[in-house]
Ligand binder design. Structure first.
Ligand code: GLU
Length: 446
């Protein structure tokens, strides 16, 4: 039976590259009716604090990557690691050495077989290394501490791991690990080394490039299913052009053939798009509740506020909001007059010739509309453009800036309808005032 494992060293953060390895282990186990296990490699007492270990569990739980058996904690396995080392010593696969001749005790060194080595990687093909580059290495330090390579292999044997799926930064270690499995008389697992995740410049993707840890994405309001889907497809393809797949769909077609061997480029825009897709798939009420939670968090919503109004706002926003946590920022001008004004946009659209006059005239026409709705507003603006022989854009850009303070948002006329006559009048008047104060005489024709 296939048995895979995720074997993180807890550091307080779970990098997306690591969790993607966990996802592939999970998918591979599901695909083959096997088991997905967790081993916490917590032998470094300084980094592996209880909080750091908890971070791993939280990340996995959030992403729905529950292991099929209780986790193994490497720190509890010291005895087994040392016993294995003794066996290697007894069989002549290891020797004691007084490194540096300090006399402070001897470490235990593993004797590499002395032959060229080759192992098959499910993603990268056959990987080989000449004997001359394969040096003996320490497996137990002189202070009695088992080294990573020994612990990793001994525990993989104990857990019955059949497939080791991990980052390709471990390839160099794998030659040593293969030799250890053989010396311990165990079956060598199959290996699949995953290409790393890189930034736009092709360098390893890190905190400096943006959100890099699972917790960052959760805090920014990404949905777990969207991140799971995105990371699964970051370096793996189901073989067709599907991009939105459920876990079950992925599990039925996951294979190493579909994993690319070159680095995978992290693209936050694509992740945002995917998050938006997942938001849209949520039941309406759940989605609304999440948007409202963000509005509430930013003081834009109180219990008892007009639900129908929020619904109208969300409706005309369509799929423009890709993160629940962006709701308030993207819709603030619907809820308060005290919204930020993008100065650049304001200058570009309102301090140019004619803008103040156009707004003044349009405000008058808006005021006399029998029905203040999108269709009537649009007809009015178009008619004005035709009469004055100006391009529609010369009217809609200043209008949008005047009523929302920005140049992005939903359809202008729907937006003005939702804002309503009063607010629109007030905002246009305020914008005109500001433009008059800020405009130079040569550009202000009013
Ligand atoms: N703790 C190691 C790491 O996080 C183990 C890697 C592995 O064997 O999967 O890099």
């Amino acid at each position: 039976m296939v048995r895979t494992r995720f074997a993180p060293s807890p550091t307080g953060h779970v990098h997306i590259g690591n969790i993607r390895a966990a996802i592939y282990n999970w998918l591979y186990a599901r695909r083959h009716g096997g088991r997905f296990l967790l081993r916490i490699e917590d032998t470094d007492p300084e980094r592996s604090t209880p909080e750091a270990v908890a971070t791993v569990h939280e990340a996995m739980e959030w992403l729905g990557l529950q292991p099929d058996e209780p986790p193994m904690y490497q720190s509890t396995r010291r005895q087994a690691h040392l016993e294995a080392a003794e066996r290697l010593l007894a069989a002549g696969h290891a020797y004691r050495e007084d490194k540096g001749g300090t006399g402070r005790g001897k470490c235990l060194v593993f004797r590499m077989p002395g032959t060229d080595m080759v192992f098959h990687d499910e993603i990268k093909g056959d990987l080989r290394k000449p004997a001359a580059d394969l040096r003996d290495f320490v497996i137990v330090r002189s202070d009695g501490h088992p080294v990573f390579h020994l612990a990793n292999v001994v525990d993989d044997i104990a857990m019955g791991i059949t497939h080791v799926i991990r980052g390709d930064d471990h390839i160099e270690n794998t030659y040593r690990h293969v030799a250890l499995f053989q010396a311990l008389g165990a079956d060598v697992p199959r290996y699949a080394h995953l290409p790393m995740i890189v930034n736009a410049k092709g360098k390893p993707y890190s905190k400096r490039d943006g959100a890099a840890y699972v917790g960052d994405f959760r805090d920014r309001g990404f949905l777990a299913d969207a991140l799971f889907n995105y990371l699964a497809l970051l370096g793996w393809s189901p073989g067709d052009d599907r991009e939105i797949l459920t876990r079950e769909e992925m599990a039925t077609c996951f294979s190493f053939e579909g994993v690319q061997s070159s680095p995978a480029r992290f693209d936050e825009r694509k992740l945002l798009w995917m998050n938006g897709e997942y938001m849209r798939k949520m039941p309406l009420e759940q989605r609304e509740a999440q948007h409202i939670a963000d509005l509430r968090k930013h003081g834009l919503w109180r219990d008892g506020d007009d639900l129908a109004y929020v619904r109208r706002v969300l409706e005309i926003m369509g799929d423009r909001i890709k993160l629940f946590s962006d709701t308030a920022a993207q819709t603030i001008y619907f809820f308060t007059d005290n919204y930020p004004v993008d100065e650049k946009v304001f200058q570009k659209t309102l301090l140019c010739e004619g803008a103040v006059q156009y707004l003044t005239d349009l405000a008058v026409r808006f005021d006399t509309l029998p029905e203040f709705n999108a269709a009537a507003l649009e007809t009015t603006v178009r008619a004005y453009a035709a009469e004055h022989n100006v391009k529609l854009s010369r009217l809609v850009h200043p209008l949008r800036a005047a009523v929302s303070g920005t140049d992005v948002g939903p359809g202008l006329f729907e937006m003005i309808e939702v804002l309503g006559r009063e607010r629109t009048r007030r905002r246009i008047a305020r914008a005109i005032e500001r433009a008059r104060a800020g405009a130079s005489p040569t550009t202000d024709v009013s």
